[in-house]
Design a protein around this ligand. Sequence first.
Ligand SMILES: C[S@@+](CC[C@H](N)C(=O)[O-])C[C@H]1O[C@@H](n2cnc3c(N)ncnc32)[C@H](O)[C@@H]1O
Length: 327
Amino acid sequence: MRARYPYAKVHSSPSQGVRDRVDLVWENSRLGLYALQAREVVDFSTCPMMSPALEQWFIEFRQRDPGVLKGSVRLRVSPRGERGVWLDFSNQAVKMLFEEREYLQWLSARAFVEIGQRRKTLSWVDGKPRLVDPTLKPWFETYDENFRAIPLYGPVAGFSQAGFAANRVLVEAVAQMVAASGVRDWLELFSGNGNFALALSARGYEVEAFELEPLATQGLALSAVGRSLKVQCRDVYLKSLPSFAGRGLLVDPPRAGLREVLEQVRKSLPTALVYVSCFTEVFLQEATRLEALGFALKQLVGVDQFPYTPHMEWIALFEVEKPAILS
Ligand SMILES: C[S@@+](CC[C@H](N)C(=O)[O-])C[C@H]1O[C@@H](n2cnc3c(N)ncnc32)[C@H](O)[C@@H]1O
């Protein structure tokens, strides 16, 4: 009996200190995460999942309470140790902090500060706080084939993988599957600020990247200076895309999955498809649909970048194949 699926290779080390960014909630002077069973915030004082640099930043940030009723906070450290914070508070809370000033002065002395849904940068003019246009900085990084770092520009609030160490494993797994497919020309959907696009471009592949968020595409364009990489800001569910036929398709969708993109896959089958997913349920449903379109799962790798949770980052290589005859 021929095995229908390849074995999954799972990377699950290190299991602590894996996060270089964290998203938390401030509520009634508690800073942490919502409890699984109750709608209340579990207050943290330390966190073994954070890297030492992030935990140090978290402990310092924790020392002051901004005095807002409720809001979200993202903390980051960059590969060079720069600290960033994004405060996603209500307009009323931000107004209060601007009038009070002291908390924001304390925070600005310790970190680069972004505020609100429009990712504005906090700046100071004549001792007064101001919000100015977003600033893109190299908060994250990807890697070439020799594990040399390539900076990834974006706002503190922009998407990135959770930590540098697990991302190195993730990028390498994607690069190895792309190499195994033998395809040189790749179209990438949901590219963010270029974690995989730049890693592939640095390895000599042709890459055309599509991403919805304007700040992520601007960051990718900044990171890609000097490289021949095409970047387009587009909603890939709504807008038509170039034909996939004869090319490789790399996708790392949000939790919603590929959705309408599967219809285009049906109409113009890519030679190889690399699917990166952090949401197992949707990945399994869509893998089944890909099989029905004539794809076979050739390789599967798991990167446990969310230890002690049921979540896993999956990387899968599919190739078009005539339906297998099982014996
Ligand atoms: C899971 S992230 C992947 C980012 C990137 N692969 C990385 O490793 O940093 C998903 C990305 O899809 C983008 N996205 C979400 N909906 C989209 C859409 N309709 N069209 C294009 N991009 C979209 C998000 O902005 C986000 O950057």
